[in-house]
Design a protein around this ligand. Structure first.
Ligand code: ATP
Length: 202
């Protein structure tokens, strides 16, 4: 069987990536979420924990999992540590992604990569780039409601990501997520049909 069509889903913080991924998984698409893989590698019993303990010290492991708060604080202020952590996690995440793509029996996969443009790790697995987008004000409102971070903290995270216009300029497809869930689901379904159509015509 030919390799499935590869759709990478990306978007700024709080734009709706997980929400969109959930919708596509209901359509039957193989949804592969790099954040979810990263969490399982660093959660209880995760395969990355021993390497992290070796490189960073056991104080970064708490209750059998990565101490995310402590690690976030370190990598936010120290670029070298950030790179070191990425050099442990990225190859493991990618290996798992490739394994899941090999197992994908659907005509396309949806690979969720929050920092797709910033990190540049998955360009080779992206036949199309789908950007989920909403105005910054809405991003901030949603992240604040979900996480309790304040606007200043959210803007600091956003400033470490590519701009909204960069993302939109480099998208093959855009899902506008400024409105109701029902509208988003309908727009996602239209895209799902478009992907199947593209695959049938190729
Ligand atoms: P992150 O970048 O932090 O991982 P994300 O891009 O995956 O976030 P989601 O988690 O899908 O974004 O959405 C952010 C929040 O906004 C969630 O609480 C979600 O339920 C809510 N949300 C997303 N889209 C909508 C919508 N169309 N209507 C109402 N709430 C929404």
């Amino acid at each position: 069987m030919a390799r499935p069509l590869g759709v990478v889903l990306t978007g700024g913080i709080g734009s709706g990536k997980s929400t969109v991924a959930g919708i596509f998984s209901k359509f039957g698409a193989c949804v592969i979420d790099t954040d979810e893989i990263s969490h399982s590698l660093t959660g209880k019993g995760g395969a990355a924990l021993s390497r992290i303990a070796e490189d960073f010290g056991t104080e970064y492991i708490h209750d059998g999992s990565l101490d995310r708060t402590r690690m976030r604080e370190l990598v936010f202020s120290d670029q070298k540590s950030k790179q070191r952590l990425e050099s442990i996690l990225h190859p493991m995440i990618r290996a798992e992604v490739v394994k899941r793509i090999e197992k994908c029996a659907f005509p396309y996969y949806l690979l969720v990569v929050p920092l797709f443009f910033e990190a540049g790790h998955y360009f080779d697995l992206a036949d199309r780039v789908l950007v989920v987008d909403c105005v910054e004000k809405k991003q901030i409102e949603r992240v604040a409601a979900r996480s309790g971070l304040n606007e200043k903290m959210i803007r600091a995270i956003m400033n470490n990501q590519v701009s909204r216009s960069y993302r939109l300029d480099h998208a093959d497809d855009i899902l506008e997520n400024g409105g109701e869930m029902g509208e988003l689901e309908k727009a996602a379904y239209r895209l799902h049909c478009k992907y199947l159509d593209l695959i049938n015509r190729s």
